[in-house]
Ligand binder design. Structure first.
Ligand code: ADP
Ligand code: MG
Length: 441
């Protein structure tokens, strides 16, 4: 049973996340209604409780056909460290599942815990306005951006803030898939009235990841009516997606046009300063002492995804704990060395990247490595250089060489250009993310 879940996670997670959070998990006991998993450290358990338990439980249910509870244990010998002892006495970290049952909000996702930086300040400001005057300023509010950049966090922060200001407010957070499931269940059980009453009576509706509405026609239709009802009654609606709604394939035009009534704010990847600030906050929250040099080293290793950034910190932390050493620049380097190794294990070579990029843009590899300067070739070439720099360990001169003997400054330029383009160009972002997926197979 665990193998199936493991395989499922392997499919859906970035390799680094999978390696950090899941590959080291061992199933140790399975009874009719309980699966016990052994995790390598309390940090892993903490992460599981916050991020994976819900999904794993759902998978268990799917595969077994009935409810199976998940128990997470950590071997004793790793928890006598004082740092860990602190972690364990922190009620926040030990409270188990942090989802409040009625609203489905995660306690950690508040405005207080959200670090503001260049990539997210507009979205943060818009979110705060929506929370202060729900239904009055930006309705709907659409937050969009790449994976792990804080969309869910910001969206749930609105929920917390609305409740803080008005504890009687009816706040509902769902993913678009949960909305779809609820809707389908309501039809099967003939409880559509109840479903409608539930969704149409809220003061604040938060629907996460609406790109997964694609292809679900009946659900979209239902959501259209929910939307209209709430909008009519000046109730705040907040949506997130990984791209602008008009770029979501198979999203009905009438929904797209509704979404345009409000404000769309995008979140772009954080700059180095913001990443350091986020790490510093996390370190403080977990009672860790890490010097600035080490924090900037970690922040320099991962630049596109805050969830991965947090994963890197935990990796550093777990490495120090398991080896019973302090967190220093040295130990951080050693801990994160594994990350690149993992990328290399996937056997990504520059020529593989060239091949995949060429195919994606319907070009020949020789055009990618050639010297022709027409735009339809230059941009794919720059993308291939960018990916070679991001996903392999090869030096700049080596990359230049493999692209038909170009200078390393050409590679630097290409890398900067594509990195910059992604900041404001959602099409470029989705191309890069498509390609990364293809490359990771
Ligand atoms: P998304 O929904 O965009 O995929 P999440 O909201 O789940 O991303 O964020 C991923 C992780 O990064 C979460 O643990 C979140 O708390 C954290 N995070 C994202 N942005 C910030 C930020 N600006 N400050 C602090 N933590 C952040
Ligand atoms: Mg999210």
């Amino acid at each position: 049973l665990w193998d199936k879940i493991d395989a499922e996670f392997k499919k859906t997670f970035e390799p680094v996340s999978y390696e950090t959070w899941i590959s080291q998990v061992k199933p140790i006991k399975l009874t009719a209604d309980k699966l016990t998993l052994q995790l390598p450290s309390p940090f892993h358990r903490n992460y599981w409780e916050r991020n994976l338990v819900k999904e794993a439980t759902a998978l268990l249910r799917d595969y077994s056909g009935h409810e199976i509870e998940l128990e997470l244990v950590v071997p004793n010998e790793q928890i006598d460290d004082t740092d860990i002892a602190k972690t364990f006495t922190d009620p926040d970290l030990t409270s188990g599942l942090v989802y409040a049952h009625d609203t489905h909000l995660n306690d950690k996702y508040t405005f207080d815990n959200f670090v503001i930086g260049a990539g997210n300040y507009l979205a943060q400001a818009a979110a705060l306005s929506a929370a202060e005057e729900p239904g009055q300023v930006y309705n709907p509010l659409n937050l969009y951006g790449g994976v792990g950049l804080g969309k869910t966090h910001l969206m749930q922060a609105i929920g917390h803030e609305v409740l803080r200001r008005n504890p009687d407010a009816k706040v509902k957070y769902v993913t678009s898939e949960e909305f779809a499931n609820d809707f389908i269940n309501s039809i099967q059980t003939r409880r559509q009235e109840e479903f409608r009453r539930e969704y149409r009576s809220v003061d604040l509706l938060l629907v996460d990841d609406i790109q997964f509405f694609a292809d679900k026609e009946a659900t979209q239709q239902e959501f259209f009516h929910t939307f209209n009802k709430l909008y009519e009654n000046k109730k705040q609606i907040v949506l997130t997606s990984d791209r602008i709604p008009s770029d979501i394939p198979k999203l009905e035009d009438r929904l797209v046009s509704r979404f345009k009534w409000g404000l769309s704010a995008d979140i772009t990847p954080p700059d180095l300063e913001t990443r350091i600030a986020i790490l510093r906050n996390k370190a403080i929250a977990e009672g860790l002492e890490i010097d600035n040099q080490t924090l900037s080293y970690i922040a320099g290793q991962i630049d596109t995804n805050i969830r991965e950034l947090e994963g890197a910190l935990v990796r550093v932390q777990a490495y120090a704990t398991i080896n019973k050493i302090d967190i220093t620049l040295e130990s951080a380097i050693a801990a994160l060395k594994g990350l690149k190794d993992i990328a290399n294990q996937h056997g990504l070579s520059i020529s593989k990247i060239q091949e995949v990029v060429a195919q994606y843009f319907r070009l020949q590899v020789s055009e990618i490595t050639g010297r022709k300067r027409t735009k339809n070739i230059v941009v794919p070439r720059q993308i291939a250089m960018y990916l070679s720099r991001e996903l392999t360990d090869n030096s700049l001169p080596k990359i230049g060489k493999e692209f038909g003997g170009k200078d390393h400054t050409t590679v630097i330029h290409a890398h900067e250009k594509i990195a910059k383009d992604q900041e404001h160009d959602s099409e470029m972002r989705s191309k890069i993310s498509d390609l990364k997926k293809l490359l990771r197979g």
